[in-house]
Design a protein around this ligand. Structure first.
Ligand code: UD1
Ligand code: MG
Length: 458
């Protein structure tokens, strides 16, 4: 018998009042990604065919922030309980599938633990994730019979003192044949302490039908932590960051201090790379071998070649850095900055939509925008490409081995020839020829006998 298709139902209709936010709770970010997105990504890793999200508020905000052809948004206008929410979703679920219930505000659950739950459910049983907690708080309690077989879930508000003493709790995650789940949900009512349709009531019905309820536990209890307020969010963020740091270090990355490293995307690295404190990695960052990153750097979608040294306090976005380049401290690489092999970009240098050729140096206080710099070029301190005329952007081209004197303005569109030298302090408005000194500078004068003004008495 082939495995039935998997459809995931994600409950996210809660208002999230305790976030005190205009943003729906599940759009708050963990590691730079909305909580709900974490749950969707995990579901996709399990091969889910369709993802049904039950929401109650902020539909437009949700649909704008989160997209996917496999997504189905279901409005639960009135929150009548988890059972009601799942019932609504099941109207859109193929009866032949396995339905798995997840939560938009419980983002750390791992594909591994969920796969174990799906395996426990098999083709026709119910899989339920439970956890043993020292403080079971107000979670639903797992009630077992004298033979320790699963019997039912009793919600905290409906539980007796004896039941409340049970430390095994319902995490809320379950997997069951969609057809059976549908049937059981049609048999529940809201006759309980909270006046809600409890999803948890299906378990006693399953047992009554002679269908096995197979429990399993997550690898770590962190996986079942939910977010109710911003304090919870910060706790989960730290757990996520520590896990990422641990994984990267085990893969051979040196982190000077894993508690001061933030990953908000994906990092791929070669051998013997090291990252100093307070670095934030976002988007997709790829490091070659032996890359070192100094303290306080921000890298967003950056590709870095082997043996690159990035010194302290650099900010890079959508940039590429060639083998053996040295960047920083205090360098800013903006989108489409392409720094060639062995090039140097120094302090207070901003590079945007420009290529810097092999071995070229822009070491101090410069702006390089919409520019093509050849190889072996030396750009002096304070050089500015004037790429914007107030309406349009224009290109600057600098040939191989050119030397641009300090404090030069290159007014684009303009080109500097190969081997050309530009005298310091020039404003270059027309093309400068190859292998020639070009400069624009008022002739220096010294005035003999000039007197400094003196203060006049009042
Ligand atoms: C639920 C479980 C409880 C379990 C706990 C784990 C039920 C009846 N109880 O309790 O056994 O220990 O989760 O955290 O299921 N939601 C909707 N629509 C609704 C109601 C809830 O989408 O009508 C969503 C909420 O947004 C939330 C999730 O379902 O993400 C859980 O709802 P919540 O009311 O927090 O459940 P608990 O009372 O904590
Ligand atoms: Mg509740």
């Amino acid at each position: 018998m082939s495995t039935p298709p998997l459809e995931v139902i994600i409950l996210a209709a809660g208002k999230g009042t305790r976030m005190r936010s205009a943003l729906p709770k599940v759009l708050h970010e963990l590691a730079g990604k909305p909580l709900l997105q974490h749950v969707l990504d995990t579901s996709r890793q399990l091969g889910a065919e369709r993802l049904h999200v039950v929401y109650g508020f902020g539909g437009d905000q949700l649909r704008n922030a989160i997209t996917g052809d496999d997504l189905n948004w279901i409005l639960q206008a009135e929150q009548k309980g988890t059972g009601h929410a799942v019932q609504l979703a099941l109207e859109c679920v193929d009866e032949a599938s396995t339905a798995m219930v997840l939560y938009g505000d419980v983002p750390l659950v791992s594909p591994h633990s969920l796969q174990a739950m799906l395996d426990a459910a098999g083709h026709d049983a119910v899989g339920l994730m439970t956890a043993m907690l020292d403080d079971p708080a107000a979670y639903g309690r797992i009630i077992r019979d004298e033979n320790n077989r699963f019997k039912e879930i009793v919600e905290f508000s409906d539980a007796t003192d004896v039941q409340r003493a049970v430390q095994e709790i319902n995490t809320g995650f379950l997997a069951a044949p969609a057809k059976r789940l549908k049937k059981w949900l049609s048999g529940i009512n809201s006759d309980n302490a909270q006046g809600e349709f409890y999803l948890t009531d299906i378990f006693a019905l399953a047992v009554a039908d002679g269908v096995g309820v197979e429990t399993c536990q997550p690898v770590t209890s962190d996986e079942t932590l939910g977010v109710n307020n911003r304090l919870d969010l910060s706790v989960l963020e730290r757990i996520y960051q520590q896990q990422s740091a641990d994984r990267l270090m085990m893969q051979g990355l040196t982190l000077r201090d894993p508690s001061r490293f933030d990953l908000r995307g994906d990092l791929v690295h070669g051998q013997d790379c090291s990252i100093d404190i307070n670095t934030v990695i976002s988007g997709e960052v790829v490091l070659g071998d032996r890359v070192s990153i100094g303290p306080n750097c921000i890298l967003n979608n950056v590709k870095v070649g082997n043996d690159v040294e990035i010194k302290a306090n650099c900010v890079f976005e959508n940039a590429t850095i060639g083998v053996g380049a040295i960047i920083g401290p205090y360098a800013r690489l903006r989108p489409a900055a392409d720094i060639g092999p062995a090039a140097h970009i120094g302090n207070f240098v901003e590079v945007k939509k420009s290529t810097v050729g092999e071995g070229s140096k822009v070491n101090h206080l410069s702006y390089v925008g919409d520019t093509e710099i050849g190889s072996g070029v030396n750009v002096g301190a304070g050089v500015i490409t004037c790429n914007y005329d107030g309406a349009n952007k224009h290109r600057t081209v600098i040939g191989d081995d050119a030397f641009i004197g300090s404090d030069t303005q290159l007014v684009a569109p303009v080109s500097v020839g190969k081997g050309a030298t530009i005298g310091a302090g020039s404003t270059i408005t027309s093309d400068a020829p190859d292998n020639t000194l070009t400069l624009s500078r008022a002739t220096q004068v010294s005035i003999e006998g000039w007197q400094r003004p003196e203060k006049t008495e009042k």
